[in-house]
Design a protein around this ligand. Structure first.
Ligand code: URA
Length: 231
């Protein structure tokens, strides 16, 4: 008989994937499937259609981890064989907020897993000189302050757009927030954590630096251009 006492519980296994050296509020999803797909998505040889498919797949794997602590309750059902008490999601309803335009590359995959989630959009562009975010669009569900909001943008570079988006959502009354990205720069992570220490950041990778244009190095280039083939 196998001794199962040394096998980690789901919670312990989850804790091992947490980048605790950085902070308990950063979760790096180091699952082999995610890491393999991140390598493919980074490569300049990856075509637009494959890039889009990979981002969608990675977004689903990140969503799986980002939603691991959702509240649950049991309901009574009948299987064809017997009645049982079985778990379902409870608690706050969800809203996914995409930072335009690259955030939209995450949405489709996430909505397949969370079909009842509402969706909001924030349009921010970076001033090419200052790299500061300038808002040009903000459209949210009316009851957003009652929801758990997951903000998505593949690239957390300087952190300025992420911080601006979270500021706006908190001004709008949102109290429960998570942030999901594909690649985070160390600088962006630090800035976001300092500004919003209450927000769990879920990422597939942390890269060391930014270049003079604010791109993550090595990163994957411009996520929006690679998603939509605009360059
Ligand atoms: N936005 C991108 O698309 N890529 C980066 O490297 C940084 C910001």
């Amino acid at each position: 008989m196998t001794d199962l006492s040394a096998v980690p519980t789901a919670v312990e296994a989850f804790a091992e994937t947490t980048a605790s050296a950085l902070s308990p509020s950063v979760l790096v999803v180091n699952h082999p499937l995610v890491q393999h797909k991140v390598t493919l998505v980074r490569s300049e040889d990856t075509t637009t259609d494959n890039f889009r498919r990979l981002v969608r797949e990675i977004s689903q794997l990140l969503t799986y981890e980002a939603t691991r602590d959702l509240a649950m309750e049991t309901v009574s059902i009948r299987t064809p064989v017997a009645p049982m008490e079985s778990p379902v999601l409870s608690g706050k309803k969800l809203c996914l907020v995409s930072i335009l335009r690259a955030g939209n590359g995450f949405l489709d995959g996430m909505l397949e897993l969370l079909p009842a989630a509402r969706v909001g959009h924030i349009g921010l562009y970076r001033d090419p000189e200052t790299l500061e975010p300038i808002e040009y669009y903000f459209k949210m569900p009316e009851d957003i302050e009652e929801r758990l909001v997951i903000v998505v943008d593949p690239m957390l570079a300087t952190g300025n757009s992420a911080i601006a988006a979270l500021n706006r959502l908190k001004e709008r009354g949102v109290t429960a927030l998570k942030y999901v990205c594909l690649i985070a720069s160390r600088q962006g992570l630090r800035a976001l954590q300092a500004a919003h220490p209450d927000v769990l950041i879920v990422t597939a990778a942390i890269d060391e630096t930014l270049n003079e244009h604010g791109y993550i190095v090595p990163g994957l280039g411009d996520a929006g251009d690679r998603l939509y083939g605009t360059k």
